[in-house]
Ligand binder design. Structure first.
Ligand code: SF4
Length: 206
């Protein structure tokens, strides 16, 4: 099996074994989704979904959030942690987006305050249904254990996966790899015994 056949086989198994729809963040409006992803750093999606209900009730779009008082935004988003930096970022991001739509292009998205490749890829994959690879700590760990990559740098991992798999599979692939990391391939003690990828995985029981 060559590299492309191997990753496709892994993808097919992950796809079969994962729920059809994987939704982490509830807001589907591109602006609200982008802000939610920025807030999701270092916290859980559950907390983001709770906090953004209040946030978007008061400030539903870029125009209103751009004019918000930073102290008020800090108070609302406090449960997400790192709230001072996040409040500044989401207000500045809103200022940059007044009367503009959220771009579908990664190079444009990463120019926005508080938006890195991971956040940009979430928007591109989740909202615009275009080829995107989200590389977080789970994806990095699982792909290294599966030896799809031998790499720690997220951008290089993203590029490698993009070179191996068709665009239409990329986003779901990274989402299902993420779930696999949370459910089976844990950082400390992977559950190789119950893992449905074990027949293919070069790191099983290591
Ligand atoms: S067999 Fe073990 S190391 Fe390999 S993907 Fe499954 S849980 Fe992770």
């Amino acid at each position: 099996m060559n590299e492309k056949e191997y990753i496709l086989k892994i993808y097919q198994l992950l796809d079969e074994q994962s729920e059809k729809e994987i939704i982490f963040l509830e807001n589907r409006d591109p602006f609200q989704f982008l802000i939610s992803v920025i807030l999701s750093a270092q916290t859980t999606d559950r907390i983001v979904n709770i906090v953004t209900k209040d946030l978007f009730l008061k400030y539903p779009n870029a125009k209103t959030l751009a004019k918000a008082k930073v102290e008020d935004v800090e108070q609302i988003i406090k449960p997400t942690g790192f709230y001072k930096v996040k409040a500044k970022n989401i207000i500045n991001c809103s200022k940059a987006l007044i009367d503009k739509s959220v771009s579908e292009e990664i190079d444009e998205l990463i120019k926005l305050p508080g938006v890195g490749r991971k956040t940009a890829n979430c928007v591109i994959g989740d909202i615009y249904n275009k080829g995107a690879v989200i590389v977080d700590t789970h994806v990095k760990r699982v792909l290294n254990r599966l030896k799809i990559v031998n790499e720690k740098d997220p951008t290089k991992i993203e590029m490698k996966v993009k070179s191996l798999l068709e665009d239409k599979y990329l986003y779901r692939f990274s989402m299902t790899v993420n779930l696999h990391g949370r459910r089976y391939c844990h950082a400390r003690k992977p559950n190789c015994k119950d893992c449905y990828l074990k027949e293919l995985c070069p790191s099983k029981d290591e």
